[in-house]
Design a protein around this ligand. Structure first.
Ligand code: ARG
Ligand code: ZN
Length: 430
């Protein structure tokens, strides 16, 4: 688009340059978030409700499972979408009647929260600007990782495992007292850009580990931890600067409006199957081939080289409050699913005790439907990792991806509880 349109959109125009449509901040004024039940009834009439709402009514799917569909509808399409639903005798519960005001409140709370006088507790452990009263940009997160490395030079290593399409570094920390012999745990966050609670939780796990490393129990100190808080840095920054609800990475597509690949549909397992899209404009676009994306390739290569002793693969997403395990790409359970269910249930119980939140432990395809190309399935199929979990953090739809900063600490504690429980399970199973 031209500078004039950019000015109209409220962008500062300094010189006579052409601005990219992708740089215009996306607003969601009076857009609503709907939860639609009984979509399977619509399916029987051969109407893929989510697809129609996306393609004809500017909808954006937030979450879809066997019970309901959460979808945002822009202001201009509310009327049409409502009549579409009633024509198919479907009911929508309005979870939010103004998504933009949710986004604005999330931001305001962060601003006022970070000027508060507490937070000294976090200062003691690190000199960085890190805290868990608000979400942070990539540079702050990377600064925190460097900080940890310089505080513990003997046991911490910082890797740059690749770059993104936009040239950002992909960074992983390794914490280990004995890299040759320890069993290994991998933890990642931020595969999906808009799930901000995920990088916040993974950095908190890092903090929990290191703030008290000397006093950690042997089953934690005796592991090698690989931690990647942001697997999708381009998408994450884009969701902070331009479109709060962006999900994919930012790799270029032929159509400028349709950039990005869903990294959790891009791994080489059931890639060509259900639950992903071949359309670059879709939010679940699987990419042109397995591991077509730099992020996917970097992680897959890094892990493949280190699969010896790799016992756990934990990946943090939001939302839904669930701990799920393979398979996702087919409606089959892994042969040791009883073990995975037991450990996940234990984490669920501990979370309930600690914060009072209700999580659910289950096999992925049963609660989230079948979807190929996921990092979780890949780690099991390609590397043989035993404890593979995708953790869907808070909430259950009240705020969805736009979780207010006041919930970060307790949610992150729930994420930490899962990691602790898995570490303990590794110890007892050896
Ligand atoms: N919300 C996540 C996603 O859609 C769930 C991941 C579960 N695992 C999977 N392989 N689909 O990516
Ligand atoms: Zn996700």
């Amino acid at each position: 688009i031209t500078v004039l349109a950019a000015a109209a959109a409220g962008n500062e125009v300094t010189s006579n340059v052409t601005l990219d449509v992708n740089d215009i901040p996306q607003r969601y004024d009076e857009a609503q978030l709907w939860r639609i039940y009984n979509i399977s009834e619509g399916m029987q009439q051969k109407v893929p409700v989510g697809e129609v709402l996306e393609n004809k009514f500017g909808g954006n799917i937030w979450k879809e499972n066997s019970k309901f569909l959460d979808i945002s509808i822009s202001k201009d399409h509310l009327k049409g979408a409502r009549s579409f639903l009633s024509a198919h005798r479907l009911d929508a519960e309005v979870l939010s009647d103004n998504i933009q005001s949710m986004i604005d409140e999330e931001m305001m709370e962060g601003i006022s929260g970070s000027t508060a006088a507490d937070g000294m507790r976090t200062k003691k452990a690190t000199r960085s600007n890190m805290h868990w009263k608000d979400y942070h940009d990539l540079e702050t997160i990377y600064g925190f990782m460097r900080e940890i490395r310089s505080k513990f030079p003997n046991i911490v290593r910082l890797y740059t495992i690749g770059q993104t399409a936009e040239g950002r570094d992909l960074k992983v920390l390794r914490i280990s007292e004995n890299p040759r012999e320890n069993k290994k745990v991998w933890i990642d966050g931020g595969i999906h850009a808009r799930e901000w609670i995920s990088p916040a939780t993974v950095t908190f796990i890092l903090y929990q580990l290191m703030a008290n490393w000397e006093n950690q129990p042997a089953h934690i100190r005796g592991l090698t931890w690989y931690i990647m808080p942001v697997m999708n840095p381009d998408g994450y920054e884009y969701s902070r600067t331009t479109n709060r609800l962006w999900r994919k990475n930012r790799s270029a597509s032929r159509r400028a409006q349709c950039n990005g690949v869903d990294l959790n549909r891009n791994f080489d397992i059931g890639w060509n199957g259900y639950g992903s899209s071949t359309n670059p404009c879709s939010d679940t676009y699987r990419g042109s081939s397995p591991a077509s994306e730099k992020e996917t390739k970097a992680v897959a290569e890094f892990l493949a080289k280190r699969k010896y002793n790799l016992e756990a693969y934990l990946t943090y997403h939001s939302y839904g409050q669930m701990i799920v395990y393979p398979w996702a790409y087919k409606a089959v359970k892994v042969k040791d699913s009883a073990v995975l269910q037991r450990v996940a249930s234990l984490a669920v119980d501990r979370i309930a005790q600690k914060t009072g939140s209700t999580y659910r432990a289950a096999v992925t395809h049963e609660v989230l439907g079948i979807a190929g190309g996921g990092s979780d399935d890949w780690s099991r199929a390609a590397l043989g990792v035993k404890y593979v979990y995708t953790v869907e953090l808070r909430d259950r739809g009240a705020y969805g991806f736009v979780l207010p900063p006041r919930y970060i600490k307790d949610t992150a504690l729930e994420g930490w509880t899962v990691a602790e429980t898995v570490a303990q399970a590794i110890k007892t199973s050896s």
